[in-house]
Design a protein around this ligand. Sequence first.
Ligand code: ATP
Ligand code: ZN
Length: 711
Amino acid sequence: MDSTPSADSESGAPGQESQVLSVLVALPAHSPLSATPLHYTHTGRLPPGTLVRVPLGARAVLGVVWDDVPLPQQEGLQLRPLLEAFTALPPLDASWRRLVTFTAHYYQRSMGEVALSALPPQLRDLDGTQLARRLRKLAADKGLEARTASAPLPLTPQQQQALDTLLAPADGGTAPRPCLLFGSTGSGKTEVYLQAVARTLEQEPGAQVLVMVPEINLTPQLEQRFADRFPDQRIASMHSGLTPAQRLQGWLAAHTGQARIVLGTRMAVLASLPGLRLIVVDEEHDPSYKQQEGARYSARDLAIYRAHHAQARILLGSATPSLESWHQSRPAGDGDAGGRYLRLAMPARIGAAPLPRVRLVDMNHQHRRCVFSPQLLEAMAERAARGEQSMVLLNRRGYAPVLHCADCGWKSECPHCSAYRVFHKIDRTLRCHHCGFTERVPRACPSCGNLDVQTLGQGTEQLEEALAHELRALTRPDGQPLVIARVDADTTRHAGSLEQQLARVHSGDVDVLVGTQMIAKGHDFRRITLVAALNPDTALFSSDFRAPERLFSLLLQAGGRAGRDAAIGSTSELWVQTRFPTHALFAALQRHDYPAFAAQQLEERAAAGMPPFSYQALVRAESREQQAAQDFLNAASSAAADVPEAAEVFCYPAIPMTPQRVANRERAQMLLESGNRAALQRFLPQLAQQLHAQRNRTILRWAIDVDPLGI
Ligand SMILES: Nc1ncnc2c1ncn2[C@@H]1O[C@H](COP(=O)(O)OP(=O)(O)OP(=O)(O)O)[C@@H](O)[C@H]1O
Ligand SMILES: [Zn+2]
C-alpha cells in the first residue's frame, strides 16, 4: 500500500481533510517503537478510543486511536492511512484509556501491549461488517431466561452495617474511600456483595458493577448466585476458560453497557466499563490477582486505582486480608493518621456455627515415615461414620516428589531444570512440574541398575491411596464403603471436570476429599466438618518473607470450609500436623486471631523495612549461563546507579532464582527496594533503559516485576 504524506493530503470528500491520528498498536515488548502511539492519516476526525485497523509492516493490525501525541521530528516521515475504523462501536472512554496508561507506566510495559491485551482476541479477526453483525446479535439476544429472583436475605446487623458504610454518600466531589470487608469465613460476605450490587444498580440506570474472584473455578458458583438474584440482568463473565466468541460477547456486552454486571478473574479489571460505579474484589488477598507474565499487574491494586479515578465504590473482601490492605485500613492512632481504606468487620459466622477448633498434632512424637497420625485417622473415621465429610490438604500433586536409589544415591532430577521430577503412579511417569519433561518411570535405577528404586515424600496421589488403605474397613451410615476422591491440577485438566468433582462433594457422594490448595478456597461446602493440613512446615522457614502470610491464610481459609452448616450440629475441626506445634503462627491460628498474626508480621516487616513499609521491584533475566544472567543485571544496575533518580533506591546484587535452571535456561534476579514508591517509579524507566542498552545475544529475556509477590 502506498504511503500517504501527512496532513496536507487531498484524498477524501470535499471539506474533509486528512488528519493525523495517534494510534496504539501492540508491538513486540522491547521494540523501540513501542513506547508511544504510531501515527496514521485518516479522512476526518475520529475520537480517541475508536478501534481501528491499521497497516503495520505487511500486516493489518487492530489499534486504538489514542489521545494526540506530537509527530516525531523525523526527516521524510511518511504516514500511511488507516485501513478501517470501527465506528459502529462506541469509543473506549477516557477512564479506560487512563487505566491503560497508568498500568503501562506503573508496570513498565508499553501502552499498546496493555491496551490490546485488554481487548478480546477475536476483535482482531473481524471486519466492520462482521462486528456490526455481532452487535446486532448481542442486542437481539438478551441471554436471559424468565425466572423469579432469589430473595435478598434479611441481613444480620453486622452485614447491614458493612453495607451501609460501604454505600454511605461520599463527601461532595471526592472518590469514596476503598472499603476492606474483614469478614470471617462463612460470615456472609457474598450476601453483602449481592445487596451492594443491587443497590448500586437501582441508584442509576446506567450503573455497572465489576465483581472479581481469584480463581476461575470459583466463578461458576458465584455466577449462579448472581444469576439467581438478578434474573433480569445480563451478566458478562470474563475469564480465561471462555471460548473466543464468548469472550468477545461478554466484552461487547460490558462495553456497550448491556451487561451491567461483570464477573471475572483478574483480567476483568481491564474491561471497558463506561458506567462503572462499584468494584468488588472477593478474596482480595489471593495471589492469583497478580498476573505472572507480560504486564505483571496486580488486579487488586489496579482495581483500587480504577475505582478512585472513576469515583466508584470499591469493596475488598477477605477473612485473611493481605498485609498490604490490612495495613492500609488501619484506624487512626496516636501520631498516625491511619490508612486510606475503611475497615469493616464481620467477625461472626452466619447461623452461629462456631469457627472450627484447631488441633495441632506434634509429628515429633510419630515415627519418621508417618503420614497420617493415628489420632487424625480416628477422627476422620468418626466423621465418616456419622455421615460427615473430611478434607485433607497437601500442597503437592503426584505420587511422590522424588524417586531415589538408596544404593548409589541417584535421584529423579530433571535433565533440563534444577529440580526433581515428580513420580506420577497413575500413568507411571516421571514429570517435571517446571518444564513438563515427562518419561516413563525406569524399571531399575538408571545409574546403577538397582531394581529397588524408592519414593521420597508424598503427593496427593499417594495420600489418596494411603487413605483408601487405612479406611478400608469402614462404612458409611448406609453400609456402603467410604468414597475417597482427589481434586488437584491432574484430576481437573478437562473442561468441566472440576465442577463435576465438586458437585460430587456437594451432593454427599464423597466422604473424604484429598487435594491441593485448589479445594481450600471459597467453596461453600455444607457437610465438611473436618479439615486436615498435612505438611505445612516448609512455609514456616521459607526465604520468601510472604510465606507465613500465605500459610496462615491458606490454613484459615481451609479451616473455613469446615462447619459451614450449624444444623449438622457436630463441632468442626481444623487439624494441622506439624513438627513445630509451638510456633507463633499456629498459636494465632488456634485463636482464629488474624489481627494478632497480622500485627506480629507487620512488626517484623516494619523492623526489616519490608513491604508494606517499603516498595519493591524484581528484575529477572534468563541466559544459558548463570553468570551471564547475573552480570547483565549487575551491569545495568551499576550503569543506572549514577542517575539522580537512583538516589532513594537500593539495588541488591543479582542472585540465582529458585529453581535456578528451568528448561535449560539459567535464571537470575535482582531486587530493588525503596522507602518511597514514587522514587522507585522514577528509577525504573532509567534502569529499563540500561537493560536495553546492556542486552546482548547471551540474554534470552528479561522482565521487570513491580510489587512482586514471590521473592
Ligand atoms: N443474612 C443471612 N441470613 C441467612 N443466611 C445467610 C445470610 N447471609 C449469608 N447467609 C448464608 O451463609 C452462608 C455463608 O455465606 P458466604 O458463603 O457468603 O460466606 P463468606 O463470608 O463468603 O465465606 P468465605 O470467606 O468462607 O467464602 C451461605 O450459605 C449464605 O447463603
Ligand atoms: Zn524440567
